[in-house]
Write a new protein. Structure first.
Length: 508
């Protein structure tokens, strides 16, 4: 089962007070338990307990033996003053609670007309306060935090470790990466230098600093558990650092630093069944954070590079179908008209394996590389086409914002491709499916449970446009294509799913 996701930096003050009482009681209980355990484990009550000191294995980015023995105090002293506590206030309309069966005139009537001869009731408003964390990344007072920390804020207060408080001004916010920038005005402000998160290795030590449960300037230590985490559903652009450094509600927007005291990530979420720490924290890497920060500060918006391709990951089966040596790169599923990709000569079915001489392991790496490329930059793209490598060039333009929305539907007619039922794509169905009216193909309306098509990932509503690179424009084309399929080779399908083009392989 997929773990619940928490982006819970917005903590009400009432919740915080209750949690503080609970934490005090828990601390006392653990302290007494620890004393008893220590006493009995030593063989006699009151005897000293000596624990062996272990030294972690050496690594290029790991602390030396002296640091491992004495902890990370020198790093904490350098960076902790620049990690701030953020308090925001929102004014929200309380309205009427939703009660099943309650007539609309009771819930909404008093707002706009007289109710039993009484004047209209004003909409009650209440102030809600919340807390999170942030990082000062410039002596001029620029603070990086999460978008969800400051979203909808009427006022922002930034508190430093030295107990100074400032009113913060939101410079800009980017929901697509869950990042925001706040500006404060003050003298002798501490700051943290940006680090290069791409140089982090799994297993490297990191420190997380923030205000969990409103406990200011809390430091936790762990390692990098994984890199490049995506597909989680938090933001549009996901390339998270996973860490086991304890991250809890209130840590959002805080710092993830390496052993050089550099900012390598912005803590943003936890995967947890309880809502608290379970060893899986997620941070936005500095490679993304620094780009968003620079763009917001210099232009007031986030400017992203745009290539103009639809892409998908290379599976082992697709690697065979596209004559690739290994399942690396990003397969081009769509080339936008009048885009840099079209001008470069990219084609559907090309596999992008290098971008600006950097290897591309998958779609996420390509997306990050393109979006952080400055607009107007001429770039080199290496693709595999029909088993041969080709070099292409184009100039990156600014990303035109916009998303497609789609729906899904049903109906019926039979065919033979591994238990599939299809019907012609009509203008009505195309509109329901969110498919461009110029696209032709057949719509999958039913899939036999346990069939190879189901195992391949086909779902109802998929539009099959090609079979083994041959166009399919009708159910008749589909039947003819099925008749000539080879018996012992995978079938390569080109489909459109809710407006998104994809390749799939079906084993037969």
């Amino acid at each position: 089962m997929k773990q619940p996701l928490y982006r819970s930096s917005f903590i009400s003050l009432t919740e915080t007070q209750g949690r503080k009482k609970f934490l005090i009681a828990l601390t006392v209980s653990l302290f007494l338990t620890g004393m008893l355990v220590a006493a009995f484990s030593s063989g006699a009550v009151g005897s000293p307990v000596h624990s062996p000191v272990s030294t972690p294995p050496h690594a290029m980015t790991q602390p030396g033996p002296s640091q491992a023995t004495h902890g990370f105090a020198h790093i904490v002293k350098a960076v902790r003053p620049a990690v701030v506590n953020i308090t925001i206030s929102k004014v929200m309309g309380a309205g009427f609670p939703e009660v099943p069966g309650l007539p609309d005139w009771f819930k909404h009537g008093p707002q706009d007309k007289h109710f039993f001869g009484m004047p209209p009731m004003p909409n009650p408003r209440q102030e809600t306060r919340g807390m999170g964390s942030g990082v000062i990344v410039s002596p001029e007072g620029y603070v990086v935090t999460n978008h969800h920390v400051v979203e909808g804020a009427q006022s922002v207060t930034v508190a430093l470790l030295d107990k100074r408080e400032f009113t913060g001004l939101i410079v800009g916010s980017d929901p697509q990466t869950d990042l925001a920038v706040i500006k404060i005005h003050g003298d002798n402000l501490p700051s943290i230098l940006w680090g290069d998160s791409s140089k982090l290795d799994v297993g490297d030590y990191v420190l997380a600093i923030g205000s969990p449960f409103g406990l200011h300037s809390t430091v936790t230590q762990g390692i990098v558990s994984a890199k490049g985490r995506g597909g989680i559903g938090i933001t549009q652009y996901e390339d998270f650092i996973q860490t086991d450094a304890a991250i809890n509600p209130g840590n959002s927007g805080g710092a993830l630093v390496n052993m050089r005291g550099e900012l390598v990530g912005i803590n943003t979420a936890i995967l947890s069944r309880s809502g608290g720490y379970q060893g899986v924290g997620l941070a936005i890497p500095a490679t993304i954070g620094r780009h968003v920060y620079t763009s917001l500060v210099t232009t007031g918006k986030v400017t992203r590079g745009f290539l103009g391709v639809g892409i998908q990951a290379v599976t082992p089966d697709l690697a065979k179908s596209f004559h690739l040596n290994r399942p690396d790169g990003a397969i081009v599923t769509e080339v936008r008209e009048q885009s840099p990709a079209q001008r470069a000569g990219l084609r559907r079915g090309d596999t992008i394996v290098r971008y600006q001489d950097q290897p591309i392991a998958g779609p996420r790496e390509l997306q990050r590389a393109v979006t952080t490329t400055p607009v107007g930059t001429e770039v080199a793209i290496t693709v595999m086409r029909d088993g041969a490598e080709q070099s292409l060039h184009t100039t990156i333009v600014e990303h035109p914002m916009g998303q497609q929305v789609a729906s899904a539907p049903n109906p019926d007619t039979e065919s033979q491709l591994a238990g599939l039922t299809v019907e012609d794509l009509t203008p009505r169905l195309a509109k329901q499916l969110g498919v461009d009216g110029r696209i032709t193909g057949v719509v999958v309306t039913d899939i036999r449970v346990g069939s190879q098509a189901e195992k391949a990932g086909l779902v109802q509503g998929d539009v099959i446009r090609e079979i083994n690179h041959e166009p399919v424009q009708s159910t008749e084309d589909f039947r003819q294509a099925v008749k000539i399929l080879p018996n012992e080779r995978p079938i390569l399908l080109f489909i459109n799913r809710q407006g998104t083009p994809l390749f799939l392989t079906v084993k037969v």
